[in-house]
Design a protein around this ligand. Structure first.
Ligand SMILES: Nc1ncnc2c1ncn2[C@@H]1O[C@H](COP(=O)(O)OP(=O)(O)O)[C@@H](O)[C@H]1O
Ligand SMILES: [Mg+2]
Length: 409
């Protein structure tokens, strides 16, 4: 039998598009109130990156902008400065019409756009053009407005060179506001609105004065789209799905996983399926909580103590002072398996912070500030007590066939 060519194109059908939201945003960006930048916040795993990549970037391109996109979370093992410079390089190559793969394969270092030569390897170095100059040249050569989108921008605060890069982008923005090109917009996202607010509201930050807005989370239109594609579309109502989605703090992956697991089961009672669905949503969150707490308990005692103190104190967390060291010792001695607890040293705490950071459980906001990466983990750590859910089923509910075709509202 002949083998059909493999294709993963249908993955794209599993994305619910928010084109109208993207169009509104792009339209609003022309307003000079956004000239200092726009910072969009929404909690982790609620669909920011998906929205940006699937809707915002294409609409920006259709609107005639040169788009530069850097995701500091996806590439968190690299320095933010490198990620941003390499995104600028990709955009230059794209504009010059050189296929990225070919450029990499040929080791292409210099390209010409609109009569201007750009040395790709030297961007942001002493020998080459500054970021500001590079972006100005790109704007002039392409004769298009430039939009730079930095996903999870708060990670740039963690290192000196990340902070320097933000200041370099600010210099680029200021130069381009006054320059002759078609202008520049800086759009950033972040999972924590408090963190983003500090980026735009303190005078010593690069993007002081930029506007901070909440990116709407997925709502009823998305839930209806999920229902329409589910075998439960005639059994489950929108309000019930919404209730489950709220239990999951509006994170699509949890909802999709629950529906999938229920779809794999043979029968549900039409009279109780609503209750079962909501209970299972609660049970699945409880399971996630227990799994997380179990991993917290199996960590090195000092790592767990640092994490617990951070969860308890939030923005008031201090890692190394006398009170902190005493607190770690007290937290470690609460662990019943330990007979004698040594007071930790500062270098021990530093190593614990590093380990937690490597596990992506915390992040370094620079200047000695540390934060828990996922606010859900902080809530679970503060709770450290459980609840369970149950389920029940009898008469079968009549399911419809799953429609697996894409619909793009
Ligand atoms: N519009 C959407 N349609 C379908 N699934 C989505 C959508 N947005 C997010 N998801 C699901 O949620 C997951 C997390 O979304 P993501 O965009 O990475 O969140 P964030 O950037 O806010 O952390 C994705 O991997 C995807 O499975
Ligand atoms: Mg993301």
């Amino acid at each position: 039998m002949a083998i059909k060519p493999i294709s993963f194109a249908r993955d794209r059908e599993h994305i619910f598009h928010r084109r109208q939201l993207a169009e509104d945003l792009v339209h609003r960006l022309s307003d000079p109130v956004y000239k200092s930048g726009l910072f969009l916040s929404a909690p982790r795993r609620t669909g920011k990156t998906t929205f940006i990549r699937a809707d915002l970037l294409p609409v920006l391109r259709e609107a005639g902008a040169v788009v530069i996109y850097a995701d500091l979370w996806e590439q968190r093992s690299l320095s933010p400065a490198r990620v941003i410079i390499s995104a600028i390089r990709d955009a230059i190559l794209h504009e010059s019409g050189v296929v990225l793969k070919t450029a990499t394969a040929m080791g292409l270092k210099k390209v010409r756009i609109g009569g201007l030569e750009m040395d790709l390897d030297a961007i942001g170095t002493k020998e080459g053009d500054s970021l500001a100059r590079t972006l100005e040249k790109l704007g002039a050569a392409s004769d298009k407005p430039i939009v730079m989108v930095v996903d999870e921008a708060q990670h740039a605060q963690a290192t000196d060179d990340g902070r320097d890069t933000l200041f370099a982008l600010k210099a680029a923005r200021d130069a381009m506001i006054l320059g002759e090109g078609k202008g520049f917009r800086f759009v950033a996202t972040g999972s924590n609105s408090d963190r983003l607010r500090t980026l735009v509201s303190s005078k010593d930050q690069a993007f002081f004065g930029a506007k901070e807005e909440h990116l709407p989370e997925l709502g009823d239109a998305y839930l209806q789209w999920v229902l329409d594609r589910s075998t439960f579309k005639t059994c489950l109502s929108l309000p019930v799905i919404r209730q489950g989605f709220d239990v999951f703090s509006r994170r699509p992956e949890y909802l999709q996983r629950l529906l999938k697991s229920m779809e794999d089961e043979p029968a549900f009672d039409a009279n109780t399926i609503d209750r079962v669905f909501v209970e299972r949503a609660g049970a699945s969150m409880e399971h996630a909580r227990q799994t997380f707490l179990a991993s917290l308990r199996s960590m090195e005692a000092l790592d767990a103590a640092v994490f617990r103190r951070m969860a308890r104190l939030g923005d008031k967390f201090t890692p190394f002072d006398e009170g902190a060291l005493r607190d770690y010792a007290a937290l470690m001695s609460q662990d019943a398996t330990r007979i004698k607890v040594e007071r930790p040293t500062k270098s021990g705490v530093q190593s614990a912070l590093e380990r937690l950071r490597r596990e992506s459980l915390i992040w370094n906001a620079g200047r000695g500030l540390w934060h828990i990466e996922d606010p859900q983990h902080a809530v679970w750590t503060r709770s450290e007590q459980g609840a369970t859910a149950n389920d029940g089923q009898t008469t079968p509910c009549a399911r419809s066939a799953s429609s697996d075709t894409a619909s793009t509202p």
